[in-house]
Write a protein that binds this ligand. Structure first.
Ligand code: GDD
Length: 312
């Protein structure tokens, strides 16, 4: 049997590592693409080094691999940083997707593409849980870049018949995530405090917001399931369907430590504007792919804290 070929862009990233672990178990042939090289130990048959904005180079790579599936994970992923990094966020997220879509289209590859958008595309929703047909009014440069990327992908589906499935993941967490993101940031600080590397004061941003968290291992399973069962041009939320405040996340992490830890607001972590509540409906993906998250939040948080206990 000819092995299924999957290309994961952004292969040195957090989600890509977990996706490669997942796909590797099904004996697929996995290729990576990363601007800095590298990718989850030994799972990739080959990792190509290229900038996703380089349309010509990306087309060459696509032609060499001729993948059956492209998981387009490459992109700028931090909402917080996107405020200071507008041009790079817009360029990488929009023109990166353009390189993949144009390459697949011009080469006429019989290949399915997963375009990874974001819950940030919704902006301030008012409605909870938010469904996929809710209007998009992103309030961050990052959200705008992901909306642009999604609209571009839809045009490639409707105008040229490119087989692209679209996802809007909500917050995801797990071992190996960068401390740019809230759970990893807090867990790292707790681990540093436990080791006496930081005074027992945890620096935080806005604790009042509510977010919908899913373990990254459930997220990558959703992506793989949608590659099989999703419909071209359709968009699917990937989320738990329930919200938790950042304050509650912080409390759980501190209680897992059992230390006396106080909290201080770091003004630099506050954002100019953000959605107070971002909770998604996962009914559509449940119906289409039979997917439901399986890993409980408490287990994910303990896993992230244990990861940092070994890595600070
Ligand atoms: N990073 C961080 N650090 N965020 C904090 C902190 C802190 O110390 N304190 C409070 N927060 C709040 C942020 O203001 C935000 O409301 C929430 O915690 C989550 O922040 P992040 O973990 O940075 O994630 P995000 O919600 O901005 O974006 C994530 O989710 C999107 C989907 O909803 C990322 O994974 C994106 O790539 C993803 O698209």
């Amino acid at each position: 049997m000819i092995p299924v070929k999957a290309l994961i862009t952004g292969s040195s990233g957090f989600v890509a590592g977990h996706l490669a672990d997942y796909l590797y178990r099904s004996n697929g042939e996995i290729y990576g693409l990363s601007w800095e090289g590298g990718g989850a130990g030994g799972k990739f048959k080959k990792v190509y080094v290229a900038d996703v904005r380089d349309e010509h180079k990306i087309k060459e790579i696509l032609n060499e691999i001729r993948p059956d599936y492209v998981y387009h994970l490459a992109g700028v992923s931090s909402v917080g940083r996107s405020w200071k990094n507008l041009r790079e966020t817009l360029e990488v997220n929009m023109f990166g997707a353009l390189s993949i879509l144009a390459g697949v289209c011009e080469l006429g590859l019989p290949c399915r593409v997963l375009i990874v958008g974001s819950a940030e595309e919704y902006g301030i929703t008012g409605a909870h849980p938010v469904e996929e047909d809710h209007p998009l009014h992103p309030v961050s440069p990052y959200g705008l870049s992901k909306m642009a990327q999604e609209l571009l992908a839809r045009q490639y589906v409707s105008a040229y018949g490119v087989d692209a499935v679209l996802v809007r993941p909500f917050n995801h967490i797990g071992p190996g995530q960068s401390p740019d993101f809230v759970v990893s940031d807090f867990a790292r600080q707790v681990a540093r405090i436990e080791k006496g590397l930081q005074e027992p004061v945890l620096e935080v941003g806005n604790l009042d917001v509510i977010r919908d968290f899913t373990d990254v291992r459930d997220v990558v399973r959703a992506y793989a399931e949608l590659m099989q069962h999703g419909k071209a041009g359709e968009v699917y939320n990937v989320c738990a369907g329930s919200g938790v405040s950042i304050r509650a996340v912080l409390d759980i992490l501190i209680s897992l430590s059992g230390r006396e830890i106080s909290v201080r607001i770091d003004e630099r972590k506050l954002r100019p504007v953000e959605n107070p509540v971002l909770v998604g409906s996962n009914e559509k993906i449940c119906r289409a792919a039979g997917w439901r998250p399986q890993i409980a939040m408490a287990e994910s948080l303990a896993g992230v804290l244990n990861h940092w206990r070994k890595n600070v």
